[in-house]
Design a protein. Structure first.
Length: 510
């Protein structure tokens, strides 16, 4: 699809998932997870990434090396039940799938009756595949391992797409336990596909097939197997978008240990190349396994320059702003002619030669992937998940990074951040409060370019609950002082009281 669904709202409910007892969130353009370690921030962020990969088709920019997404309507023999339904559908309302753009597509189409029943039945068999993808991203072999330990309860995930001003709701329920995975998909009847959705999805198809071929089908009534499969492919795109909304767009995950991965990718790739000739002789069951997010990150990093950025790409300009405002230099790579993988470099401002990232500061290494992903992969509608962006950054640079990420969100890229930083939250509070200033005042503090409205930002606090042996996730909003109540003040107060006690004892000892 060419743009994010209008008024898209995704709600996610999680129970007994990993360390999380209960969470209920809705995904905003900028979503922030705060809380102590081991409370499930990465688990929830990984789940969202896995859902993007599960529902994502080939949407997104052409240069993104996309996952094809899970086959919602099945493949091969699974298509057979659809064949007769498609023949009837194409000769009636289904023609609007192809001949849209004119009066024939006004108001869209309704998927109903036996066709919708067949689609629901095929959709409902996808539970195991969803479970496998979520498990892959978490690095778990068994879906039952997703359940919160010691409870005996299955992990439960409920995903809802809401349509503002409309009671229609698309809801998906995933359950994971020792007995396997279960999937329930609640789709309204009729399933309404708008004319905008039709036109977006079929534009490329019209270019490839040619209107003459389509008109022949209309006039002569001859539908080849290829044509019917093409209809199914378009239906799949439409259904993905309608029931999953923004989850159909590409997602990119920058894990907390991205710096180590960037530093070690030479050794990792080199080891693979050296061991390839020995694969048949050195079979081992002790091969270390990467989580899916780490494996995807490594693959994307190695292949990130296959198609370079366009000169007029606004994302590339945002990447350059981060280099200028925070890094004080440029990030780039040199691809090895011998082995074909990139060598990542950093050139400080004013230098003629660059440094390998292994010789640059931790700040540069931690932010280099953010710059590279903005320049080569991110696009409006896509999601960028960044774990602990504050790692290695001076507090002043943490504040500047929050502002730069706000400009990325304003450009249409969705962002999820996990953090432990008070500076990140305070900077975020100012970003939100700036949106309430009159325009005449914004220029006084240079805030206009990064201001975000309150409804564009969501902050969720992960808190350990000893009684429940897990964490509970709740939304936090700006308090009366204009800050997010995250509990960081309690740490500051405890430190001050400890300082006062030590000072008092030192005074008595003198």
């Amino acid at each position: 699809m060419s743009h994010a669904p209008a008024q898209d709202r995704i709600e996610l409910e999680v129970k007994d998932f990993g360390p999380i007892v209960e969470a209920r969130i809705d995904l905003r353009p900028l979503t922030v997870f705060i809380g102590p370690s081991n409370t499930g921030k990465s688990w929830l962020a990984t789940l969202i990434y896995a859902l993007h990969r599960s529902f994502g088709g080939d949407a997104g920019p052409e240069h993104w090396r996309a996952s094809p997404g899970l086959p919602i309507l099945g493949t091969g023999e699974a298509w057979a039940p659809l064949q007769e339904e498609i023949k009837t559908f194409v000769q009636s309302a289904g023609l609007k799938l192809f001949l849209g753009g004119g009066s024939g597509s006004e108001g869209g189409i309704d998927l109903t009756g036996s066709l919708l029943d067949t689609i629901r039945a095929l959709f409902g068999t996808r539970g195991t595949l969803f479970g496998q993808e979520i498990g892959r991203c978490l690095g778990l072999d068994d879906a039952g391992a997703m359940s919160r330990r010691g409870t005996g309860a299955d992990a439960r995930i409920v995903l809802k797409r809401c349509f503002p001003g409309d009671p229609m709701l698309c809801e998906k329920k995933l359950t994971f336990g020792v007995g396997g995975s279960d999937f329930e998909n609640v789709v309204p009847d009729p399933l309404r596909i708008s004319s905008d959705e039709l036109n977006d999805v079929t534009e490329d198809f019209l270019k490839r097939m040619g209107r003459g071929v389509l008109e022949a089908v209309v006039n002569e009534g001859e539908q080849s197997d290829f044509f019917n499969r093409s209809v199914i492919a378009i239906l799949e795109k439409l259904i993905r978008n309608h029931v999953a909304g923004s989850l159909t767009f590409p997602a990119h995950y920058l894990p907390a240990d991205r710096t180590g991965v960037l530093h070690a990718h030479h050794a990792l790739v080199g080891g693979i190349i050296r061991n390839t000739p020995m694969a048949g002789r050195n079979q081992s069951s002790a091969t270390p396994v990467l989580t899916g997010v780490l494996a995807d990150f490594l693959q994307q990093v190695i292949e990130i320059d296959r198609v370079g950025p366009q000169d007029d790409d606004p994302m590339s300009e945002l990447a350059s702003q981060i280099e200028e405002a925070i890094l004080g230099g440029s990030v780039y790579f040199r691809r090895s002619d011998l082995l074909g993988y990139p060598d990542f470099m950093y050139r400080p401002k004013g230098w003629d030669e660059g440094l390998r990232l292994t010789n640059a500061s931790s700040m540069v290494s931690g932010l280099a992937p953010v710059v590279l992903y903005l320049r080569h992969l991110a696009a409006p509608g896509s999601l960028l998940i960044i774990e602990e962006p504050e790692s290695g950054l001076h507090p002043a640079m943490q504040v500047e990074l929050v502002r730069r990420l706000a400009t990325v969100v304003r450009a249409g890229v969705r962002v999820i951040v996990t953090t432990h930083s008070e500076w990140v939250l305070e900077a975020l509070a100012n970003v939100v409060r700036s949106s309430k200033l009159p325009e005449t005042c914004r220029n006084n503090i240079a805030s206009e370019e990064f201001a975000l409205r309150p409804e564009q930002v969501g902050a969720w606090l992960f808190q350990s609950k000893d009684r429940l042996e897990g964490s509970v996730v709740t939304e936090i909003n700006l308090d009366d002082s204009g800050l997010y109540p995250s509990g960081f003040d309690d740490v500051a107060t405890a430190l001050h009281n400890e300082w006062a006690d030590i000072s008092s004892l030192l005074g008595e000892a003198e």
